[in-house]
Write a protein that binds this ligand. Structure first.
Ligand SMILES: C[S@@+](CC[C@H](N)C(=O)[O-])C[C@H]1O[C@@H](n2cnc3c(N)ncnc32)[C@H](O)[C@@H]1O
Length: 151
C-alpha cells in the first residue's frame, strides 16, 4: 500500500481522465496523492518545484516531438540536485527469448517504442542542457531500462 511521509506529497500526471479515475479508486482516502489531468509535454508547474520526477513507461507512448517536450518539462520542474528517474523499454539482447515476440508486439501495438530500441533517451534531452550525472542500467536481458538523472 502507498504510504507517504507526513510532509511528503506526490503529484500524478496523466493526460487521460479515465486513468486518473482508475488510480483514484485504488488509493486510500487521504493518501496525499494529487491527481493532475495534464499533458506531460506542457506542465502548468513552476520550474524547480519538485525534488524528484518519475517518467514510468510514458516516453514509448509518445512521438518524438512530444517525447522531447516531456523530457524538457521533466528536467525543468526538478530542482537542481534533484532526480529525474525514467523507466521504459530498451532494446533487449538478441539472444533474449523475448527479442522476436517483443519486436512483433511493439511494432504492431506501440510503434514509438522501437525508437527507444534505436536511441539513447538522453539524445532527446534539450540541446545544451547540462545535468550533474546520468546513470543507466537495464533489466530482464535488456528489455527494460532505468535512467537516473541528477539534475
Ligand atoms: C503505459 S501507460 C503507463 C501508466 C502508468 N505510468 C502506470 O505505470 O500504470 C502510459 C500512460 O501515459 C499516459 N500518457 C500518454 N501521453 C501522455 C501525455 N502527453 N501526458 C500525460 N500522460 C500521457 C497515458 O494516458 C497512459 O496512462
Amino acid at each position: 500500500m502507498l504510504q507517504l511521509n507526513e510532509d511528503a506529497c506526490l503529484d500524478v500526471v496523466d493526460i487521460l481522465p479515465i486513468q486518473l479515475e482508475n488510480l483514484a479508486r485504488k488509493l486510500p482516502t487521504n493518501s496525499g496523492v494529487n491527481l493532475i489531468n495534464s499533458d506531460s509535454a506542457a506542465l502548468d508547474v513552476e520550474s524547480a518545484s519538485y525534488d524528484r520526477a518519475l517518467l514510468f513507461f510514458l516516453l514509448h507512448e509518445q512521438p518524438e516531438d512530444v517525447r522531447r517536450d516531456t523530457l524538457a518539462e521533466a528536467l525543468r520542474v526538478v530542482k537542481p540536485g534533484g532526480q529525474l528517474i525514467i523507466v521504459d523499454y530498451h532494446r533487449p539482447h538478441p539472444l533474449n527469448p523475448l527479442f522476436l515476440p517483443m519486436t512483433a508486439i511493439l511494432a504492431t501495438l506501440e510503434p514509438y517504442a522501437l525508437d527507444l530500441w534505436r536511441h539513447d533517451i538522453t539524445e532527446w534531452f534539450p540541446r545544451n542542457r547540462k545535468v550533474a550525472n546520468i546513470e543507466k542500467r537495464t533489466m530482464f536481458g535488456g528489455l527494460y531500462q532505468l535512467i537516473k538523472v541528477t539534475v
